[in-house]
Ligand binder design. Structure first.
Ligand SMILES: C[S@@+](CC[C@H](N)C(=O)[O-])C[C@H]1O[C@@H](n2cnc3c(N)ncnc32)[C@H](O)[C@@H]1O
Length: 378
């Protein structure tokens, strides 16, 4: 059957980790029902380690690693144990059919040591690598560009007051299958983005949302509450053409004055900053309660992604038509009234039902109390 990989997660946003990988796997051609998760030793759901089996093996795992936001990497485990002696016995018992080809003299290698729950000092790292002397490495060491990277993962949370110590102390040794691209969050960080506002979506979360929406190159993605366009940026990074709408004419048409060098900054500026100008199909000033997309556009979007105005971060408004004569259309700003969360959700679901392709996804934020939340709230 297909091999198991050990998925090593970043210890954040725990509830999003598995769904993020599952959605990304679908974009790599591995449908979610074909994925199997196995909890690691200790049966602790919060564990940063999870075994994963996907059809398609290394190639699919590499594809998942390229997109996922919450997995650091994936390794093929050759052995694990609570002590070095246990680890050694397990690795020595690993079948040659698994290990021999990677240990051959033709393949250069390096050993990466990762500590979870504690920092591994340089001295300790060298000591640990020496202790791996029982592994019959034959290739030459190449730190810069090795053919194979071996990992020694050392989980030790006892004595670390900052994190839960229900994760058992454990060591894993094996071959790196793939590591994720940790530079992407920095590359698109809000701190360096030219046009942002107080409710700009966090870069990492925007990527998670685009993953959940299974955005693929060639897709057409819509954000009805675009704001400063952060979610649209994430979808475009994954290759989609995007369009957005917002009731606020300022974000759609005016932007804001640049602090330096004159000119104005707006959503288009952000897309140009990232060399994706061609991906932004357009922006509409539109009230999602009375949206302007004509009937007959069924199946127009592959995904609708948004952070609706719930009043948690920015209260929702909807247009309130008045029987007045509009004298100057350019300066006229329609009056609005509060937009309740229930109405907002109903409109969003209605829009998704009409405008998504079959199998397309609607991804949105929904405020919930983590202690009292129940799936029936959906
Ligand atoms: C939480 S913010 C979205 C922020 C956005 N994700 C970003 O990264 O900047 C919600 C947005 O919904 C807009 N909005 C409020 N009521 C709306 C309505 N009825 N129709 C469309 N947009 C609306 C607000 O102007 C605001 O920009």
């Amino acid at each position: 059957g297909d091999p198991w990989s050990l998925c090593y997660f970043i210890h954040r946003l725990l509830d999003f980790r598995l769904p993020d990988v599952e959605a990304v796997a679908e974009t790599c051609g591995a449908a979610a029902p074909t994925l199997t998760w196995r909890m690691p030793f200790g049966d602790e759901p919060m564990s940063p380690f999870y075994y994963l089996r996907v059809p398609g093996g290394d190639a699919v795992v590499e594809g998942i690693a390229r997109r996922t936001t919450l997995a650091r990497g994936f390794m093929e485990v050759w052995g694990e144990g609570a002590t070095f002696a246990e680890l050694q016995a397990a690795v020595q018992a690993a079948p040659a059919s698994l290990t021999a080809q990677w240990l051959s003299p033709e393949r250069s290698f390096k050993v990466a040591v990762e500590g979870y729950g504690h920092k591994v000092s340089d001295a300790r790292r060298i000591e640990l690598i020496h202790q791996l002397g029982f592994v019959p490495f034959q290739g030459s060491v190449n730190l810069a560009n090795p053919d194979v990277v071996f990992w020694l993962l050392v989980a030790r949370t006892s004595g670390n007051s900052g994190i839960t110590d229900t994760i058992p102390d454990r060591m894993y040794f094996g071959r790196q299958v793939a590591v994720s691209d940790r530079r992407r969050n920095a590359q698109y960080a809000l701190g360096q983005r030219k046009y942002i506002g107080p409710t700009s979506m966090d870069t990492e979360m925007a990527f998670i949302m685009a993953n959940m929406a299974k955005v693929m190159p060639g897709h057409f993605v819509f954000d009805p509450f675009a704001g400063t366009g952060s979610i649209l940026v994430a979808a475009a990074v994954f290759g989609a053409a995007v369009a957005g709408a917002d009731i606020d004419i300022r974000v759609i048409a005016h932007g804001k004055a640049a602090e330096r060098g004159g000119g104005r900054l707006d959503i288009y500026t952000n897309f140009e900053q990232y060399g994706m100008g061609g991906r932004l199909a357009g922006l509409l000033r539109m009230d999602n309660h009375r949206h302007a997309l004509r009937p007959g556009l069924e199946g127009m979007f592959h995904a609708i992604i948004g952070d609706p105005p719930y009043g948690v971060r920015a209260g929702g408004r909807k247009s309130m038509p008045k029987e007045i004569e509009i004298r100057d259309r350019d300066s006229y700003i329609p009056s609005t009234s509060p937009y309740s969360m229930g109405e907002c959700l109903r409109d969003l679901l209605d829009m998704a039902a009409r405008l998504l392709v079959e199998g397309g996804r609607l991804v949105y934020f929904f405020p919930a109390n983590p202690n009292g939340y129940d799936d029936s709230e959906l």
